[in-house]
Design a protein around this ligand. Sequence first.
Ligand code: HPA
Ligand SMILES: [Zn+2]
Length: 357
Amino acid sequence: MSTPQTLAEPGREALIAAVCAAPKAELHVHIEGTLEPELAFALARRNGVALRWPSSEALRAAYAFDSLQSFLDLYYAGCDVLRTEQDFFDLAWAYFQRAAADHVVRAEVFFDPQSHTARGIGFDVFMPGLLRAARRAQDELGMRADYILCVLRHLSEDDGLATLEAASPWREHIIGLGLDSSERGNPPQKFARLYAQARAQGLRLVAHAGEEGPAASVRDALDLLGAERIDHGVHAADDPALVRRLAAEGVALTVCPLSNVKLRVFPDMAAHNLPALLHAGVKVMVNSDDPAYFGGYVNANYRALLAAHPALDSADAYRLLRNSLEASFAPAGPVAAWAARLDAHWQAQGLPLPPTA
Ligand code: HPA
Ligand SMILES: [Zn+2]
């Protein structure tokens, strides 16, 4: 239990530096979206795969998106270089090292099995590589990482059900089910049976909703799918009653600021509604989504957000970090230990510690 303090607000740069060095959880990152152009070219060479671009610079230059779909087209094309167990290990290990440099102590990482099984790359190829990287992250970086299986919503529910079935030998290594890809035309109700099955298996449930879709799809993800956490969810702000419900029920939104600006969900960072959601009492935090494509890993997201929103003070920054830990699916013991580390870090920086719940 902490007591409110009357320390002065730090300068902006000092606050941003403190946030970057703070222990944090990342709860919304797609492992396929961490494929940097340089690694894509290295894997393409290793596997004898031709890419449409002459160089990693040319590929990076192609990262100008005007919608979710324009990004997804490139993202799925990039997956084609991922062929072997070692490729998936290299991909995930590179992410874990970058995340550790950003002081991520807990990562809940999405993977898209259907973008691999559709190319003839099975669970027996990608799961061992992903799991070996997570074990190494635990052993060498002290990071606790788990995987969330995401179903592609532009495909049929039967395809999703078959994917869940194919994952059953790996069930103990998967903590949750998520839903990603094109939101428009693929509402939550399309996947009600899939979520019921996943819930019966004891999987934790999350879903992308309210990224490009309306507030109603956030409500439907909660009511029809039983989602415990909403990925993005920023369009919930269009419905004040829903915002009040999210705050009252403590539903977390895993917000991804750079992604939202890159995919034109908001015209610029200053227009992002994360501060409004936070101040309305919604459990939001900051995540990177697809950092290789959107201009930065989790700390770059915190930095861009705090730089564009001077109204976010040190209590708000603390709350974002604390939310990331509390909204994770890690056991209570580690969460409490990370929260204590956050408090110690905050105080060591001379920052005022807000009263905790
Ligand atoms: O932000 C996203 N939204 C939907 N699908 C995705 N697949 C990777 N990233 C995303
Ligand atoms: Zn996402």
